[in-house]
Design a protein around this ligand. Structure first.
Ligand code: ZN
Length: 243
């Protein structure tokens, strides 16, 4: 049994299509999308429809939530804000209603999925270090939790009476059967680990095995669309360096 778990597409259709093509090679049995389909890029509606067409469970990200609402977004950075406001303009009422219906978490046998952290999933806390990962583990009862949100692939391993241990998230990783892990799958549409390729994960639950897939896509096409739409140049520039 193979699961494909992906997150943080952010209106980047070229990256999403490349990942979907890669799934013709990896051939997952089940797909799970952990949210932030929209925002930052120019193709929020197209990405929403492409994900919806997959017919897989989808979680709610903070950009999905903001794009569907009509409240101030002043506390976000300029690139985030500009992308949210563009998505608000582009998305239909029906698409916004669908985004608003998405759940914060998903419970599966032995696995929980969440966009950000199980330490209050509605607050979208960024698990940026071992301390924040440790506080997340207080809320994780199952062996595996998958998340996104930071756009940085990393595997956090729970340690008794110590801070969580961060493990390198590259290639194939064999997990220990009787430990707790919190796995960040990285981002499809805006990676931030200095590797510009789209990131997603293949998980084999019976084998306790994770594979990080990195997929090239035509970054220049996405960048050109972003600049033509009048979005901040930083939104385009970061895609080439993956930060
Ligand atoms: Zn995101």
């Amino acid at each position: 049994m193979k699961w494909a778990i992906f997150s943080d597409i952010h209106g980047n259709l070229e990256a999403l299509e490349a990942v979907m093509r890669d799934m013709e090679i990896t051939k997952p049995d089940k797909l799970y999308c952990m949210g932030d389909i929209v925002g930052y890029g120019t193709n929020s509606p197209e990405c929403l429809e492409a994900v919806r067409a997959l017919g897989c469970p989808v979680l709610r990200g903070n950009h999905d939530e903001e794009a569907a609402l009509d409240r101030p977004v002043d506390n976000y950075s300029l690139p985030a804000r500009a992308g949210m406001l563009l998505a608000r303009k582009q998305l239909s009422h029906e698409q916004k209603a669908w985004l608003s219906s998405l759940p914060y978490t998903l419970e599966l046998p032995g696995v929980t999925l969440v966009h950000a952290s199980l330490h209050d999933p509605t607050e979208f806390i960024y698990i940026l270090d071992a301390l924040l990962a440790t506080s997340h583990f207080e809320w994780q009862s199952k062996a595996y939790c998958f998340h996104g949100h930071t756009h940085v692939p990393v595997i956090w391993r729970h340690e008794d009476n110590e801070l969580a241990q961060g493990l390198a998230a590259r290639g194939v990783i064999e997990l220990e059967a009787n430990r707790h892990y919190n796995i960040n799958v990285g981002s499809v549409g805006q990676p931030r680990d200095f590797d510009p390729r789209a990131s997603y994960v293949i998980f084999e639950p019976e084998e306790h095995r994770i594979e990080y897939r990195r997929v090239e896509y035509p970054v220049e096409i996405t960048q050109r669309k972003i600049l033509l739409a009048g979005l901040p140049t930083a939104t385009a520039a970061r895609l080439a360096v993956g930060r």
